[in-house]
Design a protein around this ligand. Structure first.
Ligand SMILES: [Zn+2]
Length: 354
């Protein structure tokens, strides 16, 4: 492979949302993927609305741009990080492995254009997930890593990567203001949402909020409601985000920055799903499923819930196709965790035997 084609393959993988998931899926599917897939027989999906896409990537496979003043963001089209240049060095926010060495390339590019230091002195972790902080080790042992106390605990518990993610040196429980080179960064933990440790990173002097894996601007959530660990906390997070003062939103994903309108559309999407799930829970008659499958209770429940999911998802997919990219790809999978939350935690439509 020439270095050019290696680079193209890398940036293709980096751009593909499924890139990181492919090995896991292949392992789960066993021999099935041994047969080559044919692109011609794969299903069609609705076109991506142009509003979902960001600026084009350069030859290395990244884009770096200004958010506001000395705050910048970097993307590979699927993942995002950000950095702040200061009088003392650079504060980096997250280090996704898909961007990898392009993080320092992007910092070098901006630092040399602005004649400021390109030396990363701090890395702030949004949460412990390896797909967002897995390249932190590239910045060596001298940088100060900052994260929630639970991020440190979870990384210490689950770190069995080939190149372990360095633990935060500085932790906090609810609030911490970082001051580096005259710049202000407000970190806050408002309870569990996507993960138990996912924090709000507010840059009040840059009109920016970074909150990862909640709103993915322009896109429907990733599989199963962004694999959010706490559904209630994740449903509540956008309203909390809106209490902050910001114009620019860094969601950790996809190719562009967000704004307050994106958050409003996302809240509406989730609320529409919840309303439709409540309707579907009440509307689908379980009788035929249990008649058909008899004492195979799981078959009956699976088919019954599949019918509820289909009924709840269909109108939302229709309404948001052309508004949120991939609404037709992942909405049905997002219905399931929401449906279980509504059924199990909210106790909606639970019936007591007479
Ligand atoms: Zn995550």
């Amino acid at each position: 492979m020439t270095s050019d084609s290696a680079l193209n393959r890398r940036s293709f993988l980096a751009r593909s949302a499924a890139g990181a998931a492919v090995p896991a899926v292949a392992a789960l599917a066993g021999g099935v993927l041994a047969r080559p897939a044919s692109a011609a027989t794969l299903p069609d999906f609705a076109p991506i609305p142009p509003s979902a896409l960001g600026p084009p990537l350069n030859g290395h496979g990244y884009f770096v741009g200004r958010v506001q003043k000395n705050l910048y963001w970097v993307t590979d089209g699927t993942y995002q990080a950000a950095f702040l240049t200061t009088g003392e060095g650079v504060v980096l926010f997250d280090a996704p492995p898909t961007i990898g060495h392009n993080l320092q390339r992007a910092i070098n590019q901006i630092a040399s254009a602005n004649r400021v230091s390109n030396r990363v002195t701090h890395v702030v972790y949004s949460h412990h997930h390896a797909d967002h902080v897995g390249a932190s080790s590239l910045f060596g042992g001298q940088v100060v890593r900052v994260g929630h106390v639970e991020t440190k605990r979870l990384l210490a518990r689950e770190n069995d990567a080939k190149r372990p993610v360095p633990l935060p040196d500085v932790t906090f429980e609810t609030k911490r203001t970082l001051r580096v080179g005259g710049e202000r960064i407000d970190l806050a933990w408002h309870g569990t949402n996507h993960t138990p440790d996912n924090i709000y990173i507010h840059l009040p002097d840059h009109d920016t909020l970074m909150l990862v894996d909640i709103l993915l601007p322009g896109w429907a959530p990733y599989n199963s409601f962004n694999v959010n660990e706490d559904v209630a906390g994740s449903v509540a997070a956008p309203a909390r985000a809106m209490t902050y003062r910001w114009k620019h939103f860094i969601g950790g994903h996809m190719g562009r920055l967000g704004n307050r309108h994106d958050m409003v559309v996302y809240q509406r999407y989730v609320n529409d799903l919840i309303a439709n799930i409540k309707k579907a829970l009440a509307a689908v008659d379980p009788t035929p499923f249990f008649t058909r499958y008899g004492n195979n209770s799981w078959a009956a429940v699976q088919a019954y819930q599949a019918a509820q999911i289909e009924l709840a998802a269909a109108p939302v997919i229709k309404e948001y196709t052309g508004v949120l990219a991939a609404a037709d790809v992942y909405t049905a999978s997002t219905v399931f965790p929401l449906l279980e939350w509504i059924r199990l935690d909210l106790g909606f439509d639970s019936q007591i035997h007479p």
